[in-house]
Design a protein around this ligand. Structure first.
Ligand SMILES: [Ca+2]
Ligand SMILES: [Ca+2]
Length: 187
């Protein structure tokens, strides 16, 4: 019986390719860093200072109510792992999924995404700014913005929450788990 089990083990290890083994080893090694980053992804918080007035609440961008105007310099921790500083200006008005917006973000630090949004009409998930992997904003965010001279944006990201939960069983729903090559590029 023991010999049979040994034979099975040898056969199984021959079937699993070295590449697959390396992939599993990497996943195990990076399990804790991935879960830590995925946990951070769940919430956005950014702080601003400037001549800005803003009051907005949303339960996804389909149900977005409020308005804002004016420039602000911002300390940013936002969707799609944007961490840094950016300068925002312009105005927007939102009522349900209708918006009138002319806003820019410029001179951002490396991982913060610059944008120039100018449109009047329906807000929908296909817009570049809501692109799931590269967009500056999360279409599915539940959050709020409040500012009068100083201000804050807070947001909860349901898809990132689901990504964290599925990540616990090693399924990368949002496809945002980094591989070990990020450590090579950091050298
Ligand atoms: Ca994530
Ligand atoms: Ca993930």
């Amino acid at each position: 019986m023991k010999k049979f089990i040994l034979l099975l083990t040898v056969a199984a290890s021959a079937i699993v390719s070295p590449v697959a083994k390396a992939d599993v080893a990497e996943k195990l090694l990076l399990y804790v860093p991935h879960r830590f980053m995925d946990a951070l992804d769940i919430v956005s918080i950014s702080l601003g200072v400037g001549l800005e007035a803003r009051a907005e609440v949303r339960a996804t961008r389909f149900l977005d109510y409020g308005a804002g105007i004016g420039p602000s310099a911002r300390l940013i921790k936002e969707y799609n792992r944007q961490y840094g500083i950016g300068f925002e200006s312009g105005y927007n008005m939102n009522f349900t999924n209708l918006a009138d917006e002319s806003r820019t973000r410029v001179d951002s630090t490396r991982s913060v995404i610059d944008y120039a949004e100018s449109y009047t009409g329906l807000v929908w998930p296909g817009m570049n700014i809501y692109e799931p992997q590269t967009g500056a904003r999360d279409y599915w965010e539940i959050g709020a913005d409040l500012a009068l001279g100083v201000g804050a944006h807070v947001g909860f990201h349901p898809v990132e929450f689901a990504d964290f939960i599925t990540g616990l069983v090693c399924y990368d729903l949002k496809d945002d788990d980094f591989d070990s090559s990020v450590f090579d590029s950091a050298k």
